[in-house]
Design a protein around this ligand. Structure first.
Ligand SMILES: C[S@@+](CC[C@H](N)C(=O)[O-])C[C@H]1O[C@@H](n2cnc3c(N)ncnc32)[C@H](O)[C@@H]1O
Length: 237
């Protein structure tokens, strides 16, 4: 039997102690072999849960350690992964059935929820009400236009300098527009990209307060409006 240090206050045992005997790779393997079937009532995809590719979960796991301040829109395997890794995690998702299923899964799989803030609601309504700095943001909630942008706007502005944003489903138009914007902006640096997901690092900090004519997104080669004319551009027609 493994030696376990006794704590005067068991509730103060940190997540690192709880999972000291498992690597993040083993944690992920266990989750993928026996995932939380949270989407049975929501389209019932194969295996009962909508998911992304394994290498996306690997990227998230590598960026996450006990106490990492994470937020995700949407819920699923990723949620269980963040919790099992000991993140201080916030999840925003709109459906009661998936919340109940996830909570039951955590109970039966000894997944700690002490540092878990699970908010029932759509991200477009909930995110503007939240505060606090983040280390890692996973956008994988609503994919209709312009939900990914809303998620990025409200939660991305809370990322610290050096924080990471990961977005799933890069093939979808709403995500593509956001990628186009982030790729044009020197305050974001792409870290990894596959056919399914993408990760950027934030190289700035604080709220987003740009004037549109300062954003490279609007300048050539994306636009043929000369930069100096932007301030006086007439949009009345
Ligand atoms: C693709 S699934 C998430 C999969 C999960 N990230 C995983 O790795 O298993 C999309 C999730 O987004 C949720 N969702 C849909 N619309 C949303 C919205 N407007 N705000 C937040 N979450 C939303 C769905 O209920 C679902 O849980």
């Amino acid at each position: 039997m493994k030696f376990q240090r006794k704590s005067k206050n068991p509730s103060k045992i940190d997540e690192q102690t709880l999972h000291a005997d498992m690597t993040s790779g083993q944690i992920l393997e266990a989750l993928l072999n026996d995932p939380p079937t949270v989407h049975i009532e929501l389209g019932n995809p194969e295996g009962g849960v909508w998911r992304t590719h394994r290498d996306c979960y690997e990227f998230l796991a590598n960026a996450c350690s006990p106490g990492t301040r994470t937020l995700e829109t949407g819920l699923g395997i990723s949620t269980a992964l963040f919790l099992k890794l000991g993140a201080k995690h916030t999840c925003v998702t709109p459906f009661d059935s998936e919340v109940r299923r996830l909570r039951a899964y955590c109970r039966t799989h000894a997944i700690p929820t002490r540092q878990f803030q699970l908010i029932l609601g759509t991200s477009e309504r909930v995110l503007p009400t939240l505060k606090g700095e983040l280390d890692l943001l996973f956008i994988d909630g609503g994919h209709a236009f312009p939900i990914p942008m809303i998620d990025w706007y409200y939660a991305g502005s809370r990322l610290r300098r050096g924080g990471l944003i990961v977005m799933d489903d890069v093939q979808l138009p709403a995500v593509q527009v956001l990628i186009q914007y982030l790729s044009s902006d020197p305050r974001w640096e792409m870290r990894q990209r596959t056919v399914k997901w993408i990760a950027f690092e934030r190289l700035s900090e604080g709220p987003f307060r740009d004037e549109w004519n300062d954003q490279l997104f609007y300048k050539p080669p994306q636009s043929d409006i000369p930069p100096n004319n932007h301030a006086n551009a007439d949009f009345s027609n």
